[in-house]
Design a protein around this ligand. Structure first.
Ligand SMILES: NC(=O)c1ccc[n+]([C@@H]2O[C@H](COP(=O)([O-])OP(=O)(O)OC[C@H]3O[C@@H](n4cnc5c(N)ncnc54)[C@H](O)[C@@H]3O)[C@@H](O)[C@H]2O)c1
Length: 423
């Protein structure tokens, strides 16, 4: 294999662990536009709080926000965000600006691999023209591209970069082999060579779309079962005894992947004059769950004879999923807003979320200390601190006949003295 020097562009949840893994085998430049992030990385601190300082030790890596540092690289990996706009349209600004940066330093013989989640066609139709424009080079002749999607989950210590098969693809056969060899040298589970870049892009986006649609089905069923007076988790436990029943659960779909990526596919479909129905329906159901839960809490409080105006509700958890500090696109916020719209007073506690960030992003002031006298407790995120709570813990902070709202079904069958509702 040619002696490659690898540059990773964007050192967030995806880029940083990847750059550090490459740095065990290759000389690596970790490039990041956020200078404060670079300062932390240079001190061995992961701003995303996923990696311990020891993971930075003995790695052949330099961190920089200086584009000049990128000139000596031969193999570029782009791992910048691919969010949506307020209208749920793909926002390609970070991806195209990263392509511009790479284009400015690209040389003959270099290869650029994208890791960001995109719709099929984005690498070749949207990114390559930017690379060509800023490099003055010809795609295919002078430089090559590839696509290799990331599959790790934030906070997941079981399924890691190295032990998960990595899909790789390239713009031609020799590029595919080059990309496969580089990734194959760090991924212990091996690589899957996709037939084309578009196939690799599509594979990633449907992994998350499939999850979104399946969770939406569970959410819809939970609304229905609520009307039937049966518990969804009880139904799922029974149905799961069949060998081919898929284990999905109802819940909030937030974050920057599952709740976002399907919109990329919808956008591309629309461009191809196909109107997706199932994918959009899934998005609608999942995006509506926060509002639904908020209304349901109000109904249950009324049933319990509580006055709604100024009722005091504790919300446990605001991150987008359990055991992480990431608050991006948190749907717990929708529950809080719905409750507040009825005049309910909410207090929010989360052992992982950063108080200043929550205030900045959502305008919500989190409480440092759980109080007393709550009319309801909404357990919105299954952080490990929440998983261990017992009914006596709730009793000690609640008014008599308070309501426990158990979105993740953690306390099913365990709340006997207080009111109880779950999805
Ligand atoms: N987080 C995950 O678990 C996960 C999993 C699979 C795929 N993905 C996908 O991977 C991509 C990256 O996601 P992430 O979670 O790592 O995002 P992130 O926000 O954690 O990190 C992205 C980093 O890129 C930097 N950046 C933005 N524009 C840049 C530019 N022009 N040049 C250099 N750096 C730039 C940002 O400052 C940030 O530090 C997205 O497309 C996402 O959908 C994420």
């Amino acid at each position: 294999m040619k002696r490659e020097k690898i540059a990773v562009i964007g050192l967030g949840y995806v880029g940083l662990p990847l750059a550090l893994a490459f740095a065990e085998k290759f000389q690596v430049i970790g490039f990041e536009i956020d200078r404060e992030r670079v300062l932390k990385l240079k001190r061995g601190i992961d701003p995303s709080k996923e990696l311990a300082p020891k993971e930075f030790k003995n790695k052949n890596i330099t961190f920089s926000s200086d584009i000049e540092e990128l000139r000596s690289a031969t193999f570029f990996v782009v791992a910048v965000p691919t969010p949506v706009t307020e209208a749920n349209e793909p926002d390609l600004k970070p991806l195209l600006s990263a392509s511009e940066i790479v284009g400015k330093v690209l040389k003959k013989g270099d290869c650029v691999v994208y890791e960001s989640t995109v719709y099929p066609g984005c690498t070749e139709e949207d990114c390559v023209p930017v690379l060509e424009k800023f490099s003055g080079l010809k795609f295919g002749k002078d430089f090559k591209v590839g696509y290799s999607p990331e599959r790790i989950n934030p906070g997941d210590k079981v399924h890691t970069l190295k032990n998960t098969v990595k899909i790789v693809s390239g713009s031609d056969k020799s590029t595919l082999e080059r990309v496969a060899a580089i990734y194959g040298s760090i991924i212990e589970a091996g690589v899957h060579k996709a037939q084309s870049i578009k196939v690799a892009e599509a594979a990633k986006i449907i992994e998350n779309t499939q999850r979104d649609v399946n969770i939406a089905l569970m959410n819809e069923l939970s609304i229905l079962f609520g009307r039937m007076g049966i518990n969804t988790y009880d139904v799922l436990e029974a149905a799961s005894t069949k060998w081919n029943f898929l284990k999905f659960y109802p819940g909030l779909v937030g974050g920057h992947c599952i709740g976002v990526d399907p919109y990329y596919l919808v956008h591309k479909a629309y461009k191809l004059k196909y109107h997706t129905k199932v994918i959009n329906a899934g998005r609608f159901v999942n995006d509506s769950m926060g509002g639904y839960i908020g209304k349901k809490v109000v109904k249950e409080l009324i049933k319990a004879g509580k006055q709604i105006k100024d009722a005091k509700v504790l919300v446990l958890g605001i991150t987008f999923k359990e055991d992480v500090s990431d608050i991006r696109n948190s749907k717990v916020v929708n529950i809080i807003e719905e409750l507040n719209s009825y005049g309910v007073k909410t207090e929010v506690y989360d052992p992982y979320a950063d108080k200043d960030e929550v205030k900045k992003v959502y305008g919500i002031t989190m409480t440092d200390k759980i109080g007393k006298g709550y009319d309801a407790v909404v357990v919105a995120v299954a952080h490990k601190q929440m998983r261990n709570l017992k009914e006596k813990d709730f009793i000690s902070i609640c008014k008599p006949n308070a309501l426990i709202v158990d979105i993740k079904g953690l306390y099913r069958g365990k709340i006997k003295k207080l009111g109880y509702w779950s999805l």
